[in-house]
Design a protein. Sequence first.
Length: 224
Amino acid sequence: MTGGNEVRILRAGDRAAVAWKNGGGVTREIAAWPEGASMADFGWRASLAEVAADGPFSAFPGVDRTLTLAEGAGMDLTVAGERRLVDERYAPQEFPGDAPTDCRLLGGPVVNFNVMYRRDRVRARTAVVRGTLALAAAEGETLLVVALGGPAELDTGAGPGAGAGAGPGAGPGAGDGRGTGTGAAGGPVALGPYDAARIPGPATCLLRTRGHAAVVTLAARPGR
């Protein structure tokens, strides 16, 4: 790992399940910015959602969403009156979080990886990868790596260990202060199913996975 900021490991087992208001499922927050932000004032938020029943999605004014099906047969969505079939695992789909969205499950419950971000404050790009990939975060960017299917390994090289919070002025990559763990400094960090790593830039590292891992690149928009 190169770069002067801390890597934070976010273990799946440390996340609390929060029920949806409509009772259609639960969500588990992986990371968010700013630290301690509520659902009303986050800049960005990444989570895993378990959808157990048909019904509407919650609306988030001014927010864009990237949804990736991780488990289950999928969903038949209606987004702003248009049909959107989500039936392929590990294929990120983007749509506005403030558009009226109804969901019909295709074959039982599903698990979705969600990234939501304020479109006027944050840029976010989500990709799902396999194999071995070199990752880089520029100054002011943050990478969020999530093991979606199968284990993954993050080679952090000789960089600092995980577990410390980001310092003042860290921007949209600042730590979420929840669910941290420590990886061995100077060596690879193993990520089990749905474990994550938050990597503030500038930084480089090597990701290896025999399954699928989501890589989210986040940055504040200019002037923010």
